[in-house]
Design a protein around this ligand. Structure first.
Ligand code: CTP
Length: 432
C-alpha cells in the first residue's frame, strides 16, 4: 500500500484545493491530509485565515479524497508524521518547490502543479476591505501600517495631521495614498479611524474623536490621551448609542500570550501572589518617545489585570529632575511598584513574585515575546517564547475586524471600566 501525505490551510475551500487533493490521492492508495491549526497559522504569521479549523477539516473531508485527516500544529511536525505514518510520498503544490528538500531523505517528494487563477488570498480580498485612516500629530506611525498589513481585510490608506507639511511628510514616508490637514477628508475616506494624537498638541483631539463617532466610524484611540475619566465615559456612551465600537489601544491587552499569562497567574502557577514590579526605561519604549502618561497607563492596565482587588495606599515619587517616576500601591492581593525612568539606568522588565515561584518578562515586556517561570523548589525554569516580531498591534487589528464582522458589540479586551479605572488612578496621582 502506498501512503501519500499533503498539507495545507485549506481556507475558503476552492477548486485549487479540490484538484490538489484529487491528484495527491491518485498518487497512491491512502491519503493523509494535514490541516494547519489556528495557533500554528498565527505563530507563523498567517493571521488572515477566515474559516475555523473545524470548518476547514470538514471541507477537506467533504472532498471525499482524504482517508485520514490530521492537524498540523507546529514547525517540524511534517518529519514526525512521515515517520509515524510510514509515508511513501509527500505531495505539495508547485509553489513550494525547493522548500521541503530536507524531506527527500525520508520519502519521495512530488510537486503538483498549482491550479491557475485561484487562491484563498484572492477569495479573502474579494470580501469587504476596511479602510484605515490615521489621525496623528506625531511624525512616526509606531508600526501601525506594517502591522495592519498582516491582517487581511484592512488597508491603511491615508493620514490626517493638523500641520499640512507634516501630513505630507508622514504620507510620503509611509507611502500612503493620500494625506490631508482637513479632518473631514479623513472621515469621508475611512471606515476605521486610528488616533495617535498626544493631548494638547495641535487640533482639538476630543472634538475629532466625537466627530468620528457621530459619523459611525470605528475608532481606535489611546485611553490616556483623553485625560479625564468623564470623557472616556462620554465617548463610550455615544459609541454605544451609535452602535459603533471604540477600541482602547493597549497592544498587550490583545496579545493572546498575555491572556494565557493571566490565566496561569490566576491558576496559581507561582502560588498566591504577593508582589509585582514593573520597570520601564522610557528611552527604549516605542522609539524613545518618553511618554510617561502612556507608559503609566499601560503599566497600570497590566497591574490592575494581575492584581484586580481594591487599591489602597496609593503613592508616588518623582525625582528632582523629573526623569524618574515611581508609583506604589497595595491591593488585597499584593503590592505593586511601577518605576519609569529616562536617563536613569533602569532595566526594563516585569516581575511577579508569588509564594511558590517567580514569573519574569525581561526587557521590552510590553511586547511580550518571552517570559520565564522559576519555581522555588525546582532547579529548572519554564520558558515561554513566541514567534511574533513587531509590537503586536496586529492582534488589536484582528480584534477590531472580528468585532466588526461578528457584530458582537460590545465584546472587548479592554473594557470601558478598565479604561475608566486606570484614568481615575492617573488623575489621583496627578492631583497628589
Ligand atoms: N493549491 C493549489 N492550487 C491553488 C491553490 C493552492 O494547488 N490555486 C495547493 C497549494 O499548493 C497547497 C495546497 O493547495 O499544496 C493548500 O494550499 P493553501 O496554502 O491552503 O491554499 P492557498 O489558496 O495557496 O492559500 P493562501 O492564498 O492563503 O496562500
Amino acid at each position: 500500500m502506498k501512503t501519500v501525505i499533503t498539507y495545507g490551510t485549506f481556507d475558503l475551500f476552492h477548486k485549487g484545493h479540490y484538484n490538489i487533493l484529487k491528484r495527491a490521492k491518485e498518487l497512491g492508495d491512502y491519503l493523509i491530509v494535514g490541516v494547519t491549526s489556528e495557533n500554528f497559522d498565527i505563530d507563523r504569521g498567517k493571521l488572515n485565515v477566515k474559516d475555523s479549523l473545524m470548518k476547514r477539516i470538514e471541507n477537506v473531508r467533504n472532498s471525499g479524497f482524504a482517508d485520514k485527516i490530521i492537524v498540523e500544529e507546529y514547525q517540524g511536525q511534517k518529519l514526525r508524521d512521515i515517520k509515524k505514518y510510514k509515508v511513501d510520498i509527500f505531495a505539495i503544490g508547485s509553489d513550494w518547490i525547493g522548500k521541503f528538500d530536507y524531506i527527500q531523505e525520508y520519502c519521495k517528494i512530488v510537486y503538483l502543479e498549482r491550479t491557475k487563477n485561484i487562491s484563498s488570498t484572492q477569495l479573502r480580498n474579494e470580501g469587504k476591505i476596511y479602510k484605515i485612516g490615521i489621525a496623528t500629530n506625531r511624525e512616526d506611525d509606531n508600526e501601525t501600517i506594517v502591522e495592519s498589513k498582516l491582517v487581511s481585510g484592512l488597508s491603511c490608506e491615508g493620514v490626517f495631521h493638523p500641520d499640512k507639511k507634516k501630513a505630507k511628510a508622514f504620507g510620503q514616508k509611509h507611502q500612503l495614498d493620500y494625506w490631508t490637514d482637513d479632518f473631514d477628508t479623513l472621515l469621508d475616506k475611512s471606515d476605521i479611524l486610528f488616533f495617535q494624537m498626544e493631548p494638547g498638541s495641535g487640533g482639538d483631539f476630543k472634538d475629532y474623536l466625537m466627530r468620528a463617532i457621530e459619523m459611525k466610524k470605528y475608532v481606535i484611540y489611546d485611553g490616556y490621551s483623553l485625560e479625564d475619566p468623564k470623557d472616556i465615559i462620554a465617548l463610550h456612551k455615544r459609541a454605544k448609542e451609535k452602535k459603533c465600537p471604540v477600541f482602547d489601544n493597549i497592544s498587550i491587552a490583545y496579545n493572546r500570550q498575555f491572556d494565557q499569562l493571566l490565566w496561569y497567574l490566576k491558576g496559581n502557577i507561582v502560588g498566591n501572589l504577593c508582589s509585582l514590579n514593573i520597570n520601564v526605561d522610557s528611552n527604549v519604549f516605542e522609539n524613545g518617545e518618553q511618554n510617561t502618561d502612556k507608559i503609566l497607563y499601560l503599566s497600570l492596565y497590566v497591574a490592575t489585570k494581575i492584581f484586580d482587588g481594591r487599591i489602597k495606599k496609593l503613592s508616588k515619587f518623582i525625582s528632582k529632575d523629573g526623569n524618574y517616576y515611581s508609583v506604589y500601591f497595595v491591593t488585597d492581593e499584593g503590592e505593586v511598584k511601577i518605576n519609569i525612568g529616562a536617563g536613569y539606568e533602569i532595566e526594563s522588565g516585569l516581575e511577579v513574585i508569588g509564594e511558590t515561584g517567580r514569573l519574569f518578562i525581561p526587557d521590552d515586556w510590553w511586547n511580550l515575546r518571552y517570559y520565564r517561570i522559576k519555581h522555588y523548589n525546582k532547579e529548572f525554569m519554564q520558558r515561554y517564547s513566541f514567534n511574533h516580531d513587531g509590537n503586536g498591534k496586529r492582534y488589536l487589528f484582528m480584534e477590531v475586524i472580528s468585532v466588526i464582522e461578528s457584530g458582537k458589540y460590545p465584546k472587548y479586551k479592554v473594557l470601558e471600566e478598565d479604561s475608566v479605572k486606570i484614568m481615575k488612578l492617573i488623575k489621583k496621582l496627578k492631583d497628589m
